[in-house]
Design a binder for this molecule. Sequence first.
Ligand code: HH2
Length: 280
Amino acid sequence: MHLTLTDDRVLELDRPRVMGILNLTPDSFSDGGMYPSAEAAALHAHQMIDEGADVIDLGAESTRPGAARVDDDQQLARLLPVLDCLAGQTRAPISVDTTRAHVAAAALDAGAAIINDVSAGRDDEGMFRLAAERGCPIILMHMLGEPATMQNDPRYDDVVAEVIRFLMQRAEAAQQAGVSRSQIVIDPGIGFGKTIDHNLALLAGLDQFVATGYPVLLGASRKGFLGTITGARDPADRAAATAATTALGVEAGVRMFRVHDVAANRQAADVTFAVGRHRK
Ligand code: HH2
């Protein structure tokens, strides 16, 4: 299994891949406002690559519960200088975390290789067309409702089955728009319209996502439910808790992990994967 990035580059998914998070936002829940300049942001990307990140996920709009929307121009004003700094300096693929096709298109032009759409193509109907035209990989994430309201009493009868059904429908819609099946990654959307029990049920049911045959991405990094379980109030203190979810994900066959703390999660992924290869 692999993703095709460009004509000459592929991202093999024969082993776990770590995606380092770079949020160029003033208001992200754990790393908002960390980078005073594009150079500082690019430096952090290089640090994450040195720690073992395979992909860098660049985002310019926070999706934390209740976050305000950021218009396309503002997103691009944040993303393009960092992409310019990184272009030509690293072979690590860059994904762009946006729900807007215009933003994704400009980011792809500036060197990004993957689209990470937390709305799974629902926010902008041009997104699937763009992914089809460019032939790039696209990550489709489940969210119940939208960030402004998603944590208002989310309910499911069977969260795993409903999230998988949604993702299969969106993957089908993407393919109808011309996206190749092999370029689609699915993501249960931990924390997006989910209670702690929903998040735990999704983590316990990751093997069912893997069984769909699509590559699966897990984004549990530093999220609130980990603070509830461990008592770690500061998101920056949740690296070990996140690494536990990474180990569970590797065991279940998840191949991509979107994380803030690259070194800890690289180790968790590599050790769990190495043990898994010896299981009879
Ligand atoms: N989670 C966040 C943002 N983007 N993308 C995918 N595919 N999966 C996720 O779980 C996911 C995501 C939220 O986390 P973060 O970027 O750390 O915070 P914020 O949205 O506040 O910027």
